[in-house]
Design a protein around this ligand. Structure first.
Ligand SMILES: [Zn+2]
Ligand SMILES: [Zn+2]
Ligand SMILES: [Zn+2]
Length: 220
C-alpha cells in the first residue's frame, strides 16, 4: 500500500484491518446515490432515491414521497456493523435493534430478561472478537469463534446449498460477495496490488481534478 498517498487513504476512510473503504458521503470522487431522507446514509439506486428501509417507514407512516420532511431520521447509522452493547465486548451485534452479539443475545434469551437488566447484571462480561468470516471478501466477524461465517453468510450458504446440493464450499468462499454495508466498499480478498492500483486511480483523479494534488510515490 506504499504506492498510495496515506492522507488520501485516510480521507477515503481506509480501515487496513478490515480492508474496507468508507468514503464520506458527498465526496467529489465517489458518486453514490444516497437516500434523500434526512439523516439516512443508505445507498438508494432507485428512481425515487429513497432506500428500502425508508420506503417501508414511509408506507408504515402513511406518508407520500413529497412528505419526506415529516419522517423522523433513521435511528441508527447503517455504515458499519456496530459492536455489542455489553461493556468490553468486542463482538459485532447480531442486528441493530438486538444490540447484543450472538453469544450475549443467546444468553439473554435463556435467562428470559430484558436487554437493560442483562447488560447491568454483574455476571455479564465482554467477550473477545470472534475472528473474521471465512468468505474472502467479507469484513465481518463470525457468529461464533468456532463457526465459519457471519450471520449474513451463514444464511446465504444455506440458500446456496439448497439451490445446489453439490456446492463447492471452498470455491463459494472465494467468490461470494461481501455482505452489504451502506457506503462501504470491502476490498478483502482482493490482491493487494489491485487494491493499491484502484486507490491510486482515485487519487490520480483527485489530482487531475485540480482539487488537491496527490503524488503517488513508488515504494520499495
Ligand atoms: Zn433511507
Ligand atoms: Zn457481546
Ligand atoms: Zn461474512
Amino acid at each position: 500500500m506504499a504506492i498510495v498517498d496515506k492522507a488520501f487513504l485516510t480521507e477515503m476512510g481506509w480501515d487496513p484491518e478490515r480492508a474496507v473503504l468508507s468514503p464520506p458521503d458527498g465526496h467529489r470522487l465517489v458518486v453514490r446515490p444516497v437516500c434523500q431522507v434526512d439523516g439516512c446514509s443508505t445507498t438508494a439506486t432507485n428512481a425515487r432515491r429513497i432506500c428500502f428501509s425508508c420506503q417501508a417507514r414511509l408506507a408504515a407512516a402513511g406518508l407520500g414521497d413529497d412528505q419526506l420532511g415529516l419522517l423522523p431520521p433513521p435511528g441508527r447509522s447503517r455504515r458499519a456493523p456496530a459492536t455489542c452493547v455489553v461493556a468490553g465486548c468486542a463482538r459485532e451485534r447480531v442486528s441493530g435493534p438486538a444490540g447484543l452479539c450472538r453469544a450475549h443475545d443467546d444468553q439473554r434469551r435463556c435467562l428470559g430478561v430484558e436487554i437493560d437488566a442483562f447488560v447491568a447484571h454483574s455476571d455479564t462480561v465482554g467477550l473477545p472478537a470472534s475472528g473474521p468470516c471465512l468468505v474472502g471478501a467479507c469484513p465481518r466477524q463470525r457468529r461464533h469463534p468456532s463457526g465459519c461465517y457471519c450471520e449474513a453468510h451463514q444464511l446465504r450458504l444455506r440458500h446456496a446449498r439448497r439451490a445446489d446440493p453439490a456446492l463447492d464450499e471452498l470455491r463459494w468462499r472465494r467468490t461470494e460477495p461481501a455482505a452489504s454495508l451502506g457506503g462501504q466498499v470491502s476490498l478483502r480478498g482482493v490482491d493487494s496490488l489491485v487494491v493499491a492500483r484502484s486507490s491510486t486511480g482515485s487519487a490520480s483523479a483527485a489530482s487531475w481534478n485540480g482539487s488537491r494534488p496527490k503524488k503517488p510515490t513508488c515504494g520499495p
